[in-house]
Design a protein around this ligand. Structure first.
Ligand SMILES: [Zn+2]
Length: 166
C-alpha cells in the first residue's frame, strides 16, 4: 500500500440539506398574519411586562404567558452584530455584510437582520436603524417582508440602556 493510501482523510466536503416544517403556534401565527399586513405585532408578558417580537407565547424570563398584543414601530437599535466575510451559496449579498441583532423600539428582545446602506466597519452597538420593507405586493406571512435595516440619522443609544437586551 502506498504511503498516500495510508494517510488519514482529514477533510471531506459534501453537500448537506435539511428540510423541515415549522409549526408557528398561536402567538407566532398572530405575528405572521400581522406581517402580511405590514404590521409588527409583539406580545407583552403578563407577569414582568417584557415585550417579545416575534412572540412565542411565553416569557423566557419568568415563564408566564404573553397575551397582551403590542404593535411595534419598525425602528430600533443595534444591540450586537457580526460582520460576515464568508460566502454562502444561499445568501446573495455582497461581502462583507453585517448581520445585526436589532431590538425594535418598545421591545425587550432582539432578532437578527441584514444591515445595508452602511459600510460594515461603521455598524456599531447602539446604532439607530429603520426597516426597509419589500414592495407591498410581495408581502407574505413572513418575517422576510422586512428585507433589511438601514441606519437612521439619530444619536446612538448609550450601551447602558441596551446592555440587558438579549
Ligand atoms: Zn415575564
Amino acid at each position: 500500500m502506498s504511503e498516500e493510501a495510508t494517510e488519514p482523510v482529514k477533510v471531506l466536503v459534501t453537500p448537506v440539506k435539511c428540510a423541515y416544517d415549522f409549526t408557528p403556534g398561536q402567538a407566532t401565527t398572530k405575528f405572521l398574519r400581522a406581517m402580511e399586513q405590514g404590521k409588527i405585532m409583539g406580545q407583552a408578558c403578563d407577569g414582568c411586562g417584557k415585550v417579545y417580537v416575534p412572540p412565542r407565547g411565553a416569557c423566557a424570563r419568568c415563564g408566564r404567558a404573553t397575551s397582551t398584543e403590542v404593535e411595534l414601530k419598525d425602528t430600533g437599535t443595534v444591540v450586537s452584530f457580526s460582520i460576515v466575510r464568508v460566502p454562502s451559496e444561499n445568501i446573495q449579498v455582497e461581502l462583507p455584510y453585517v448581520a445585526a441583532n436589532v431590538c425594535l423600539d418598545g421591545a425587550d428582545i432582539a432578532f437578527t437582520a441584514l444591515m445595508q446602506d452602511c459600510p460594515a466597519d461603521e455598524v456599531r452597538i447602539g446604532m439607530r436603524v429603520k426597516a426597509v420593507w419589500l414592495p407591498k405586493d410581495q408581502w407574505t406571512t413572513s418575517m422576510t417582508n422586512i428585507d433589511h435595516f438601514v441606519p437612521l440619522d439619530e444619536p446612538d443609544v448609550p450601551f447602558e440602556k441596551i446592555k440587558e437586551i438579549s
